[in-house]
Design a protein around this ligand. Structure first.
Ligand SMILES: Cc1ncc(COP(=O)(O)O)c(C=O)c1O
Length: 341
């Protein structure tokens, strides 16, 4: 569905707006006070999310950031480190929350496409003595800063097995886990099974206006419920937004369409600028372009984008991320291609 002002917005899948089905569900949602666990719509969403991920329980939270941070807080102690990819969202783009809220640092790994290999865990765990203890390992699938790459299930299983043998807890930042599912065909409960907790977002490609969820064992989710209140995340009649999240979850198979559009864009850019992109790395709804290979400075590109009514975030570390979602279509993609040098 195009934006009312005609803008083509490729900045992120978070810009998606609720569908009319979501708005209808929101308008008629039965609600109650969720801090008393009285909201039937939130309760249904939590039950459905736990069932789909194969976990015992789930808790609805306002954002993916809160879901990740509660999962870290509940599974670490101050002074510990979290083992994660260097480019993980929890470490890089959550405003220093792990350090500020949980008092933890990071032991980082630089693997292709967000991967963490068994030997990375062995290396990290071999540093004993007065090195900080590692309490938790975090996966991110799909991996945002690598351009929406999918971490293969077998990599997650092997590495997580080693991490568990060392006594680590495991969290999956699955903000876009259903993109991984749509791309790989692996059911979400298989990805979730490697973890203690998994967080996923309704408010990205799934299209809901607000909300994420953490799924895991009942005792851990109950502790996270307590900590959510501490952070001010108890939302009362949250069924109003959970209703849209339920519609989003039910419609998750649609993500394949975003992937097809991203592949089309990636292939067209590769044809024109072979050094800018390897189209085989367009695995989900993100197209990551080496900006310098386009042969144009950002200010000029920005002027062209503005002139054509297109929004794309500026390049970050040389990589230019173009994101497809339900509110952009093939004609928007053509418009973007037409302004490239
Ligand atoms: C991989 C990943 N994790 C977590 C988040 C945080 O989600 P939110 O913006 O809802 O806090 C994002 C947001 O873009 C993300 O890309």
């Amino acid at each position: 569905m195009p934006f009312p002002d005609g803008t083509a917005d490729f900045r992120s899948d978070t810009v998606t707006r609720p569908t009319s089905e979501m708005i209808q569900a929101m308008a008629s949602a039965p609600v109650g006070d969720d801090v008393y666990s009285d909201d039937p719509t939130v309760n249904l969403l939590e039950e459905e999310s736990a069932a789909v991920t194969g976990k015992e329980a789930a808790i609805y939270v306002p954002t993916g950031t809160m879901g990740n941070q509660l999962s870290i807080m509940a599974q670490t102690h101050p002074g510990e480190e979290v083992l994660a990819h260097e480019g993980s969202h929890v470490r890089s783009i959550e405003a220093g929350a792990p350090q500020a809220l949980s008092g933890v640092g990071f032991r980082t790994v630089i693997g292709d496409g967000g991967r963490i290999e068994p030997e990375d865990v062995e290396r990290a765990m071999s540093m004993s003595g007065f090195f900080p203890r590692i309490g938790l390992m975090v996966w991110e699938n799909t991996h945002n800063l690598s351009g929406g790459r999918v971490i293969p299930l077998d990599v997650m299983e092997k590495t997580s097995g080693v991490a568990r043998a060392h006594g680590l807890k495991i969290h999956v930042d699955g903000a876009r886990i259903f993109n991984a599912v749509a791309a790989s065909g692996v059911p979400v409960d298989r990805y979730a099974a490697v973890s203690d907790t998994i967080q996923f977002c309704f408010s990205k490609g799934l299209g809901a206006p607000v909300g994420s969820i953490v799924c895991g064992p009942a005792d851990l989710i109950s502790e996270i419920r307590y900590l959510r209140k501490r952070l001010g995340g108890g939302m009362r009649q949250a069924g109003v937004i959970a209703a849209a999240a339920r519609v989003a979850l039910a419609g998750r198979d649609r993500l394949v369409e975003d992937h097809a559009l991203a592949r089309q864009l990636g292939a067209a850019i590769a044809e024109q600028f072979p050094d800018a992109i390897d189209p085989s790395l367009v695995e989900t709804n993100m197209v990551r372009v080496q900006f310098a290979a386009l042969g144009m400075e950002w200010p000029e590109m920005k002027a062209r984008l503005d002139g054509a009514g297109i929004k794309v975030n500026p390049p970050l570390g040389g990589g230019w991320r173009i994101v497809t979602h339900r509110d952009v279509d093939a004609s928007d993609a053509d418009r973007l291609l037409s302004i490239l040098p």
